[in-house]
Design a protein. Sequence first.
Length: 425
Amino acid sequence: MIITIIAFIIVFGVLVFVHEFGHYFFAKKAGILVREFSIGMGPKLWFYRKNSTTYTIRLLPIGGYVRMAGAEEDDVPLKKGMTVSLLINDENKVVKINTSNKKTLISGVPVQISDWDLEDKLWIEGYENGNDSELKVYEVDHDACIIENDGTEVQIAPKDVQFQSAKIIQRMLTNFAGPMNNFILAIVAFLVIALVQGGVASTDNQIGKVQENSVAQKAGIKPNDRIIAVDNIKTTTWQEASAQIQKNGNKKIILKIDRKNKIIKIKITPKVQIENGKKVGMIGVMAKVHYDKSIVAILSYGFTQTWYIITSIIGVLGKMFTQGFSLNDLGGPVAMYSYTSEAAHYGILSVMNLMAVLSINLGIVNLLPIPALDGGKLLLNIVEAIRRKPLDPEKEGIITLVGFGFLMILMILVTWNDIQRYFLH
């Protein structure tokens, strides 16, 4: 249990950090102010501020975000009539605005604010110390900070450092950088796996091990046998043979076996087991693993395996849209925890392999053209490039809000479905 939790935290943390760091890096390069870099969602557990960016760790392990200036729904947590505390420097400029009851500015000036402009002309006005007979206007420093209601300190967002102020190509690169980093992480992870293993593992249709007292052993199947057909469907790879067996749980099938160049037929009934929350047919055999130890194979493995996983996931997504959608085809943090638990039993390489696959999944899903996802943002960037003018901010905000609402509902449904699949079945 402890090993699984540690592995889950590491895998989740690495995936989110790598994804969000892509957005963060390209935003910084484009001159966009990154106000907050968060791992996790929900209530803040810890924060640290450095070089205009606040780094936070939040309670719920369901994602993370890079909060860029001008890209949020509610950029400034101020309301007319509210009382805030202003910290003013020697040049008579406001350098800190405290809106939180959780923090106190020792030298702060209490002001009931009536209006402000923290984007263009940078000022805030209000009544100092409850004196409603004199309206005072304070100049705000370009790099001033706001202490938000939960105590998080973030920098204000003047127009010149906002997301929309960057060039369209810079914004597109910033949006694409998260998924891109996920693909790079997968390439590196698969390369490390190949190096540690001392070669590239591959399988064909040959059996390496037959489990004791399994359906396969009782049927007379032996190590080194090759499964060349399942119910007259030819199988040249382990994936093909495994797929045909798994979808025939509790059904009698005929395996065509090549045993030392002699073809034999074996009748067998795969036993139904729960695998990753799904019922699948199993006969109790493992593939024979072959290793290619050449430098070329090892160096190219990161790219070839990543491409294989990408095409496989795209194929699954295609079937979801053409053959029908099921929540069982999706997985959230609960499914990720279950996969991590299983991988942790087989060691660090298995966990690293899972991390690479999940990273590719995260990259592809984020590129789907759904508002609030990176793919949806990229689509809006493309529309803007074609129109040669930005979309109306209100309309874009509504589109993003609808997309975010859809994703939240989907996340709740997927999480509940995962709980039922993995813990209540």
